[in-house]
Design a protein. Sequence first.
Length: 410
Amino acid sequence: MGALWHPFSDMGAVTQNGEFVVARGEGVYVWDTEGRRYLDATAGLWFANVGHGRQELADVAAKQMRDIAAYYTFGDVATPATVELAERLSSIAPMKDTKVFFTSGGSDSIDTALKLARRYWHEQGKPGKNIVIGRERAYHGTHVGGTALAGIPGNREGYGSLMPDAATVTWDSADALRAEISRIGADKIAAFFCEPVIGAGGVYPPPDGYLAEVRKVCRDNDILFVADEVITGYGRIGGAWFASTRFDLDPDMITTAKGLTSGYLPMGAVLIAGHIAEPFFKPGVWWRHGYTYSGHATSAAVALANLDIVEREDLLSSAARLESTLDKEVSTLAVHPAVAEVRSGFGAVAAVQMADAADVFPMIRLLRKHGVSGRAVGAGGLQISPALTMTDSEVSEMVAGFDEALRELQ
Ligand code: PLP
């Protein structure tokens, strides 16, 4: 076995069973090092919204690298691509006068928003508002703040106390949020973090009316509402750039990454409503936060070209179409006795929940045997989050692969 330590992995099992090494990708397909082709059911880790192997993005990256691969954006420094991307994101964000803070990925975006929410209240003369509330099943990346905030207990185990100022409520009840706010006291709470569709925790679309209600609870209690759109942002939710747009959430901040570049280069961005940024834009106020690669020039150039593709190919409409196709097609898998439930119907995401969680890894091997690259999600689920370019016949091919794998599992 080699030196690579895989993230989120049972390395003993990987050492025993070997690695799945992907060498090439084109559209919704990837190829392993043996030249075998797989339909990519997950678009990597929910990121390849425009599909794999876009020559255009490689060309943009190469040109930017020849001009200048990267500079930095601390102080008054910037690159043209960084400035242009910030303007572009501000123009598609659903909030007023949006400012854009660049990061290197989703976990950075979460901890940036978390620190900014708390610091905002300090600037407002309310330094007691430090507690952040997340939801059960939520995933907010793996930095210390995001790990503490998220609602997946296994991810928090074995580190001692990560961040005592984090609280968790059930994922589906606005009443639970209200009760937690009255227990803690709104004067101690900085922000509520909310994935519009719970992703890595198992793909749980929100109950009807839930998002509008928790948004209102936060507004009524002077608590910032942060939409974690690392998965749902940039079109995956269908019909709009952000789930926050589609559901009229008017969040105080949106955390993003993944679909910003479709994963062609690492990059994240926090979109910050003008009224939250305003105290930080006064002369003499410094926010001592940022990353070497905040606004990385090549990532920014690729992000711009990626957003161009989403617009040119109208992938926001494609995602809306995929929402109903997936809902219709993937739900047919529920007839298999090994399947407990299928969750879908909200954006280009779905999950096949196995009745026995022990079946997930055998299923992933069987899916590969039947030409589909899949992965585990939540507790005992299989993830479906294809490129937004996936055609109806490719959806049928993917579902047929699941069907064959499920038959063979029995
Ligand atoms: N937030 C959500 C909702 C995510 O799904 C993820 C990653 O899957 C993250 C944050 C963390 O992003 P990254 O893995 O880029 O650090």
